[in-house]
Write a protein that binds this ligand. Structure first.
Ligand SMILES: [Zn+2]
Length: 109
């Protein structure tokens, strides 16, 4: 059974997309999930970048990061204000109807 502490432990082995420092568990926030597909907000303590990540996570396997953020997108997320409660709520609502279209997911502001 994959739970949040397993997600955080597995994600702490993933390197920051911007500076390649490993994420710390404290910087990993879970937004929601559908079965093995998890949506996370990760904050890098080294370069202070914050990214939204979609990853397929299975117990005791390295997370497979399935978003492929371009440099421009990384800039956008880096400059984005911290997620606020409403955004997380929106994400939860959005996930109910999520159809797997990641390009649409990450082009929304
Ligand atoms: Zn970093």
């Amino acid at each position: 059974m994959v739970n949040e502490s397993i997600i955080k432990r597995l994600m702490s082995s993933v390197k920051c997309a911007v500076c390649e420092q490993r994420y710390e568990e404290d910087g990993i926030r879970i937004i929601g999930h559908q079965e093995d597909l998890w949506f996370l907000s990760v904050f890098c303590s080294a370069c202070h970048s914050q990214l939204l990540v979609a990853a397929v996570v299975k117990e005791d396997m390295a997370p497979e990061i399935i978003t492929d953020l371009t440099k421009t997108e990384q800039e956008k997320f880096r400059n984005m204000d911290r997620l606020i409660a409403n955004d997380v709520l929106d994400m939860h609502n959005f996930l109910k109807d999520f159809d797997g279209d990641f390009s649409r997911l990450f082009s929304c502001k």
